[in-house]
Design a protein around this ligand. Structure first.
Ligand code: COA
Length: 345
């Protein structure tokens, strides 16, 4: 490839004071349209988000040629150019940092209730997570200080037929199964209410860390409903049948410490340290061999999958590991008394 576009690129001045805000020398931007389209995906991956501080609607041109803009608007304005870029998100904030993607469910005014749009976007981001080598692991959390997710969006249930309701439950179960079966670690950082679909979302993650103000519950019986996104199954798996039955039937909410005592969450932190604590755990996991980590997820999930023989699957994954470069690197590093450097190969 000619390095002409790169030479031109160096002339383009753009500054990102914080993720999501792009200050661009507009004139050079026009000159550079053709290679912007090829670069847009890479740029998207590095910027990727709308910063909470600026929301979705800021664009400011202090004088001709200089554009200060929310990146999502930037994409919209140049939609023909960015036609092939991944979609922008309206209900999620995506914060990538050091291989850890933090996915924030961003409907704080509705306590992050899961509506159709959130499910659509969760599925899109799950595609990105599987595809992108830059994403090694994921945190799911909620916007604001009050809720992780306060459940499915109840307003969407009004007037729904039985068939529609079943389709909604299937969509929820399928989405959460994708999280559970993700080959990359996905951890819930529960920062407040995790009720109904919120508790189900947290339970579909590989494990959970909770802030001390977190509250867990399956209050569906209050609405004449039962959980529909896998809650009846995963709650029993995680805390045992007796306690799960009580929580399901009574709609009783438990706090973070009780959730920890029941094995529903691994750690309880202060609200301020929740994300840092979760990130630290994932930094440790990210330093391990990614294919081996994926193998652990697959084999451990098989315990709860009646269509699979978990022991046979473990043998297969153990064998597969011997075909990886990372296994050779891991064993050699041990023998040579040095730290292993894993490539995910
Ligand atoms: N679906 C849709 N909207 C929801 C919601 C949900 N699951 N949970 C909260 N909201 C909305 C409220 O309607 C309210 O919106 P409004 O300001 O437009 O009226 C907003 O979020 C704030 O909630 P509010 O009830 O005022 O907060 P609160 O502090 O008084 O109570 C809860 C918090 C979590 C106890 C309460 O919101 C609640 O019970 N939510 C429903 C939980 C539930 O049943 N989940 C399972 C659904 S299947």
């Amino acid at each position: 490839m000619s390095n002409e576009p790169l030479r031109k690129l160096k002339k383009i001045r753009f500054v990102m004071p914080f993720p999501g805000l792009l200050i661009t020398d507009y004139s050079f931007c026009y000159q550079a349209l053709s290679f912007f389209s090829t670069l847009s995906r890479a740029i998207h991956h590095s910027l990727f988000i709308t910063h909470p501080a600026i929301g979705h609607h800021l664009t400011f041109q202090p004088f001709p040629g200089l554009l200060i803009t929310d990146y999502s608007l930037f994409i919209t304005q140049f939609s023909p150019i960015f036609a092939k870029t991944p979609p922008m998100y309206q209900t999620l904030l995506l914060l990538p940092e050091n291989g850890i993607l933090t996915v924030v469910i961003n409907r704080a005014d509705k306590l992050n209730a899961l509506n159709k749009e959130v499910f659509n976007e969760l599925n899109l981001v799950l595609d990105e997570i599987e595809k992108s080598p830059a994403i090694k692991s994921v945190i799911i959390t909620g916007a604001g200080s009050k809720a992780f997710v306060a459940g499915a969006d109840i307003t969407e249930f009004n007037g729904m037929s039985k068939e529609e309701a079943m389709a909604v439950a299937k969509r929820g179960q399928d989405t959460f199964a994708r999280i559970e079966n993700s080959s990359k670690p996905i951890v819930a950082a529960v920062n407040g209410f995790a009720l109904g679909g919120g508790c189900e979302l947290a339970m579909s993650c590989h494990f959970r860390v909770a802030a001390e103000n977190a509250k867990f519950g399956q209050p569906e019986v209050n609405l004449g409903l039962i959980p529909g996104y896998g809650g009846t199954q995963r709650l029993v798996q995680l805390i045992g049948k007796g306690k799960a039955m009580e929580l399901l039937m009574s709609a009783h909410m438990i706090d973070a410490n009780e959730a920890k005592a029941l094995g529903l969450v691994n750690y309880v932190t202060t609200p301020e340290t929740l994300l840092d604590h979760t990130r630290k755990i994932l930094e440790t996991i990210n330093s391990k061999a990614p294919l081996a980590v994926a193998g652990c997820i697959k084999a451990a999930n098989a315990v709860y999958d009646e269509s699979k023989d978990g022991y046979a699957l473990e043998i297969e994954e153990f064998g597969n590991a011997f075909d990886t470069e990372d296994m050779k690197e891991g064993v050699n590093a041990f023998l040579e008394k040095r730290k292993a450097i894993f490539q995910g190969k």
